[in-house]
Design a protein around this ligand. Structure first.
Ligand code: CTP
Ligand code: CA
Length: 221
């Protein structure tokens, strides 16, 4: 019974989590997005709250209930997510799990694009979205522990280690998404830190979240 009591290793800490996809509108009915259920990010926010942290969860469009004792801020686009992260700072720990769309449509149309009006398919002009994680790493309000996620389809360790250095973050949690793992309840991750890559065996996303929060508490202690 006492073993099941949540401890409060993150009491007094502010933990910021981003989760879910972003939607970048093309017109009022269409958008581009990355695949993301939001389950892993929501599980991490829940685990941080269970460890006693004050948690701000900045969420793209998902169909998940808000975890207990978590402050949830709903956003749609990468630009809105950027602004919400800014407003939520400062934080002791930031875990950016969101699958942010890398591009947005240069000019979103106010009216629905009709397919019968154009003989040819109109090409979409895309512009790159700002990198929330990399910019947070460079900012003067950088959280003490900054953690990014990476979905990779090949060379997971190498790509994740390169991403960690390129974005100048403390840890990268990498996922091999070459198989059929999207949207499922289990996850097998590789944790890339300054000391190298650790391969965790597959476990439910809530167990990954609990173990990660434990590691975070160890690191802050
Ligand atoms: N990320 C972010 N803002 C973006 C893009 C990504 O904050 N505009 C964050 C994600 O939340 C994640 C990490 O950066 O924590 C890595 O995202 P990923 O898409 O793997 O990295 P990219 O630099 O976009 O590289 P890729 O070309 O592989 O998509
Ligand atoms: Ca990306």
């Amino acid at each position: 019974w006492p073993d099941h009591r949540p401890d409060h290793r993150l009491a007094g800490r502010h933990v910021l989590v981003t989760a879910g996809p972003t939607h970048e509108p093309i017109d009022p009915v269409r958008y581009i997005a990355n695949r993301s259920s939001g389950k892993q990010g929501y599980a991490i926010a829940a685990a941080a709250a269970a460890a006693g942290a004050r948690v701000t969860l900045i969420s793209g469009p998902v169909t998940l209930p808000t975890p207990v004792a978590v402050k949830r801020v709903d956003v749609e686009t990468a630009a809105e997510m950027t602004a919400a992260v800014q407003s939520a700072l400062p934080a002791d720990v930031a875990i950016l799990v969101a699958a942010v769309a890398d591009w947005r449509v240069a000019e979103r149309q106010d009216r629905k694009i009709k397919k019968d009006k154009s003989a040819a398919v109109a090409p979409l002009q895309l512009v790159e979205n700002a990198d929330i994680l990399a910019n947070l790493a460079k900012s003067d309000r950088r959280p003490r522990l900054l953690i990014g996620f990476a979905a990779e389809t090949e060379d997971v360790d190498r790509n994740a280690a390169a991403k960690r250095l390129r974005k100048d973050v403390d840890w990268i949690v990498a996922n091999d998404v070459s198989g059929d793992v999207m949207g499922g309840d289990d996850n097998a991750i590789t944790l890339v830190t300054a000391s190298g890559a650790e391969h965790w065996h597959a476990m439910p996303k809530h167990a990954v979240a609990a173990a990660l929060i434990d590691r975070i508490a160890d690191d802050l202690a």
